[in-house]
Design a protein around this ligand. Sequence first.
Ligand SMILES: Cc1cc2nc3c(=O)[nH]c(=O)nc-3n(C[C@H](O)[C@H](O)[C@H](O)COP(=O)(O)OP(=O)(O)OC[C@H]3O[C@@H](n4cnc5c(N)ncnc54)[C@H](O)[C@@H]3O)c2cc1C
Length: 460
Amino acid sequence: MEIAIIGAGAAAVSLLDALSLTQHRPGGITVFEDSPSWWRGRAYQPDADAVRVNAPPTLMSVRASDPQHYARWLTEHGGHDHVDRLLGVPIVPRAHYGTYLAASADDAIARLRSHGRRVELVADRVTGWDAARATVRTAGGGVYPADRLVLCAGGGHPRDHYGLLGAPGFVLEPYPLARTLADVPPEASIAVIGSGLTAVDIVVTLADRGHTGPITMLSRRGLLPAVQQTLMPLTFHHLAHQRMPDTVAGLVTAMEAELAEHGQDLAPLAAELTSTEDPVDRLRRQLSEVDSPYLGRRLLATGIHMFGSAAWQRLPAQERAWLRDEALRTVNSLASPMVPGNAEILLRLFDSGRLRLLAGTVKIEPATHGFRVHGADEFAPDIVVNAVNPVAHSVPQRSEVLVASLRESGVAVTGEDGGLTPRDERIFVLGAFESGTSFVAPSVQTLAVRAAALAPRLAQ
Ligand SMILES: Cc1cc2nc3c(=O)[nH]c(=O)nc-3n(C[C@H](O)[C@H](O)[C@H](O)COP(=O)(O)OP(=O)(O)OC[C@H]3O[C@@H](n4cnc5c(N)ncnc54)[C@H](O)[C@@H]3O)c2cc1C
């Protein structure tokens, strides 16, 4: 059995780890990666220290069956240097987490080889799969055996929504921030397009570099990521994969029942979901609630990552469309919160007047020097940095040719959500562009759970 894994990011690391713990028929595994960022992908490449992971160690283990796997590695590799004051757990630079991914990949490969499996790493882009010959081909002209094809190819790439590409001072792909912000003068006026986790990364990195100029976040809805709360043990009694509600109202009732199990009420969570509170007031309030005993936000965030895709698949098309069009930002904000350490930096900058968040639609144009932003508030930033991440399920740029060829040969089709659905039982997708998954980007934990479920199927 020859397994081809396309892409070497966190998903591939989890899959290799899971394969190394699974009984398999003899054969080989070939991993393909088309960037220098082996095992780290876009998220965990070398970058500034201010660019931190956004989850506690127990939620970032690559091994689903062992949530302490990463926490143990961290105790031996400097985790204590980066403890988040309010969470009380290490929140390390993302590049450091990348070192854990690389170490985990090395361990998994060593284990696989010690079991007699051949593991080959190929630095090339996969461009097609020949179903009849069971081989993949690469941009470099290579042909490799592939009885099973697993696309661990990540998500899409940032889009140039305002047509600014090529304008001096415009940054489309912000990562690695250590490079893209390196030449930004400290007094420059900066506009950040977006107000999600990437925008937070940009602002805290600028702050860390001693930026003194004004920073403006531009956001259609004016919503910041929620502030992460301390971990509490959570068990679900009413939400389960086997009996998933098939309407939004059913999901709300289930969440109400989960909270009732703890003697708590749905009202504060409902208020979080529907509130029109000022974003800075919300940030301040949520920072004061980091260790609140109320479980609503914790249950919602965990529930979305654990059951989001199963629930998503059961909802009627109309409700899916409503969620995607109307509720996406609110749900994402609660499902993928920022760590309190970053929230404190943001609040300090808001309070000092050096950071502001402008809500509403704007037009951005290059000007003779810098840019002009037209909207409710007109201003002229020197630099514009994009922080809008690709839409859910978009095809990763490096896999566009591969995906087109899979579709052309009829072994995969595009789902209603734009993601990929295999039509051949030898093809698997593990990651953000798998059709049928929810619109919330998969976390490390979600990828690890899916990898653990996939590994035994690849052995058959
Ligand atoms: C900026 C950012 C920060 C995040 N931070 C966190 C966090 O702190 N905690 C958390 O739980 N989750 C986080 N996530 C979510 C998730 O953990 C990451 O997105 C994760 O890195 C996804 O891993 P992946 O392997 O699916 O994709 P990627 O890391 O994108 O890896 C895919 C790889 O496939 C390669 N590739 C694609 N197509 C081909 C091809 N045809 N041939 C060869 N190679 C190919 C690419 O070069 C890439 O290296 C973050 C996501 C982002 C974008």
